[in-house]
Design a binder for this molecule. Sequence first.
Ligand code: ATP
Length: 209
Amino acid sequence: MTALDTPLLVLDGLTVQRGEIPLCEEVSLNLSAGSICHLIGANGTGKTTLLMQLAGLLPVMTGEVVYQGAVSLPIQPLYVSHQLGIHPNLTVAQNLTFLLNLYGITPSVTDIDDALAWVGLQGFETVSSSHLSAGQTRRITLARLYLLTPDITPLWLLDEPFTALDVDMVVRMEDRLSDFANAGGSILMTSHQAVGVANQVLDLSNYMV
Ligand SMILES: Nc1ncnc2c1ncn2[C@@H]1O[C@H](COP(=O)(O)OP(=O)(O)OP(=O)(O)O)[C@@H](O)[C@H]1O
């Protein structure tokens, strides 16, 4: 097996767990370069919990997470929470800059302009984030995807990235997810709507306790 064949992320016998309460058991998954995996399951199954465990925000008590061939957590993926993490006292450009700084990127003015234009927020750079609609606020959090490549963050964990987006923006997002996967990235994402670009599905309903 070559390095390229090594799965980016392997979950083996993982328990999805909130505190002492197991939600799903024996969850297994192989994500390789180019995988876009749609994480599905009814409300409350544990989808967000699993993403938070992989992001290192909740502990993994049982099972193994192998990332890039090594047993290691936290794995420092890109994690886009459905709780947006946008500071209302910062401008749109300041919030995006902060989100990129988290991944070691110091964006130029052109980077910020291009990323905001990609999500349709051109002209909003100096607007207070508290003045935006729900969909516009979500677009700030997604604008960072425009600048993040597999070299920087090979794994994207996206929790309901399409919520509150209009149809055009969903299409643009799907194109970006495809481009990222074609460039060698992997994505594990939740969505209560169909994800046309997904090439894998993990249904947590099959693992409920
Ligand atoms: N902050 C919390 N504190 C304690 N328990 C929680 C918390 N958030 C969720 N839970 C519990 O964990 C379980 C899994 O929640 P989680 O958010 O992972 O589900 P989900 O599959 O993402 O649901 P949804 O589709 O509604 O977003 C829920 O049944 C809920 O009772």
